[in-house]
Design a protein around this ligand. Structure first.
Ligand SMILES: Cc1cc2nc3c(=O)[nH]c(=O)nc-3n(C[C@H](O)[C@H](O)[C@H](O)COP(=O)(O)O)c2cc1C
Length: 192
């Protein structure tokens, strides 16, 4: 591994076994440029429902997810939208790991948003909400290109690999932006 390498922690906002968004994130992991590694989290579905009473004695899955996020240079979130908003399981995960407020593992962590849905808006509303949510942890969300893919059922081949050329190209540019952001942050930290 070189010092220029970038690790990306992938989070899927759907627990469905045949999730289009999991397929999208798995495709993104395969398409990631050399030097960028995407690891997909398996913890989202194992977190208990957020409860402030549990703070200070969090279940192990929460501690592990915090550690995995902390160890990564960036996040990539692939999520559907439910009722025009962020899926409960995803919001639950971020409520846990957003603490302690102001000093969480999300603080300043760069984020790339991607998503697909069988409908016409391709998760645009959810991504809009997520951008707003990351204001709280001051996590810079890549401004673009937007990877918002409608008609999910037309975007993958029989093996679940992304076949949409526009989305594929956009993913490439998005990875480039994420890598440039991480490199700039490292340079800034080095001269500080
Ligand atoms: C409760 C519920 C609400 C949904 N709301 C939306 C929605 O607001 N917008 C949308 O595009 N699709 C919506 N869908 C359809 C999902 O996009 C679809 O089930 C999708 O396949 C879920 O993502 P996944 O394939 O990654 O699991 C909804 C589905 C459910 C079950």
């Amino acid at each position: 591994m070189s010092t220029a390498d970038v690790t990306v922690y992938g989070i899927v906002g759907s627990l469905r076994e045949r999730s289009w968004n999991r397929m999208l994130l798995e495709s993104a992991a395969r398409l990631a440029p050399e030097g960028v590694t995407v690891t997909i989290s398996e913890l989202v579905g194992r977190l208990p429902l957020f409860n402030e009473d549990l703070l200070g004695r969090e279940p192990e899955a929460v501690t592990r997810m915090r550690a995995e996020v902390a160890a990564a240079d960036a996040l990539m979130i692939a999520t559907p939208e439910y009722n025009g908003g962020v899926p409960g399981v995803l919001k639950n995960a971020f409520d846990w790991i957003s603490l302690p407020l102001g000093a969480s593992v999300l603080q300043g962590k760069p984020v790339a948003l991607i998503g697909t849905s069988p409908g016409r808006l391709g998760t645009a509303r959810c991504q809009f909400e997520l951008r707003n949510m990351f204001v709280f942890s001051q996590s810079p969300v890549m401004p673009g290109p937007e990877v918002v893919m409608p008609f999910a059922h037309e975007c993958f081949d029989e093996s679940g690999h992304l076949k949409d050329p526009v989305a594929t190209e956009r993913l490439g540019v998005l990875f480039g932006k994420l890598r440039a952001h991480v490199a700039a942050s490292r340079l800034e930290a080095a001269v500080r």
